[in-house]
Design a protein around this ligand. Structure first.
Ligand code: DON
Length: 306
């Protein structure tokens, strides 16, 4: 029997209120620090087409690293296993913007969800598309069915102006021969990609294809074969929330991808996608109230992959 999602979202909404002020907005991208920590939105997209939402679920927010999932799905669908020659599939155990492993491991990022890995994916996409960020935007429109999905140019510019670490990462990889396009081209595309905005309702719908074994539930369009979809789910579980991936799996028990805008997309394979947004982050860069909300969601619905 399907849980009472509407009632469960209401319970979660009430429970997270005291947590909203405990997280800190990302300030290393100045434009993101302007967002209030008091926002909370959550949306569930069930594969039978039913939807449930609460709070600021219709408000656009900056997807940031959640877009790494879209970029990876697009690159994997086009290039297949060839991408693994340039990026690994192991959790990093380090912060998402860390440089240390990259030097030891000769410019091959641990996985596609840390910044280094996402820069390599943007570089791979640049070989196939005129602009990788536009390709990711089009992909986001296709999987969400929302033709208006767009960049926030103020956020993109704000990130570009402060992207010193990402420049350092990109230059290091360029030196190791793992970046084929000019560093500036890749960083510019990556910053625009990260600035894409969506609402929780749109994001949950966009995640549907990964909960639906690779095909878009409402259009039937196949994006990935079932095996590839399984593999992306596995990467989300092991690497999607960075150096908190172990703790996230322990607490939530779902494949998920987070972003420093405060969004998290999580999947119950075969059943639903759930998106949550709350801009206050914990020390690892994951939404503090968002993680708690998902922990309660899997507890109250008795839905998890375990
Ligand atoms: O490159 C960055 O630092 C940001 N554009 C994205 C980082 C991010 O979202 C990490 N997520 N928790």
């Amino acid at each position: 029997m399907q849980p009472d999602y509407a009632a469960i979202l209401q319970t979660i909404f009430a429970e997270v209120q005291p947590l909203l002020s405990q997280g800190k907005v990302a300030s290393y991208i100045p434009e993101l620090s302007k967002v209030s920590t008091q926002h909370f939105g959550m949306a569930v997209y069930c594969l039978d087409g039913s939807t449930y939402s609460i709070g600021d679920s219709q408000q656009k927010f900056s997807l940031q690293s959640v877009t790494k999932l879209f970029a990876l799905a697009l690159a994997f669908s086009r290039e297949g296993d060839a991408i693994w020659e340039r990026v690994g599939r192991e959790p990093s155990g380090n912060p998402f913007n860390s440089l240390v492993q990259l030097e030891y491991e000769r410019g091959k990022p641990r996985n596609p969800f840390i910044n280094a890995g996402a820069l390599v994916i943007a570089d791979i996409l640049s070989a196939r598309f005129v602009q990788s960020d536009i390709a990711v935007q089009q992909f986001a429109r296709t999987i969400s069915g929302e033709p208006t999905i767009d960049f926030d140019m103020a956020v993109a510019q704000s990130e570009r102006q402060t992207a010193h670490r990402n420049y350092a990462i990109a230059h290091l990889m360029k030196d190791f021969g793992n970046l084929h396009n000019p560093v500036k081209t890749v960083i510019d595309s990556y910053c625009r990609q990260c600035s894409l905005t969506m609402t929780c309702a749109e994001l949950a719908k966009a995640g549907g294809f990964l909960a639906n074994h690779g095909s878009v539930p409402w259009s039937g369009q196949r994006i990935l074969d079932a095996s590839s979809s399984k593999r992306l789910n596995a990467l989300m579980l092991t690497c999607g929330t960075y150096d908190a991936a172990g703790d996230f799996a322990y607490r939530v028990g779902l494949p998920a991808k987070s972003g420093v805008g405060g969004g998290i997309l999580a999947l119950v394979p075969g059943e639903l996608a759930v998106a949550v947004w709350s801009p206050g982050l914990d020390a690892t860069g994951n939404s503090l109230a968002g993680t708690y909300a998902l922990e309660r969601f899997t507890t109250l619905t008795a839905r998890s992959i375990f």
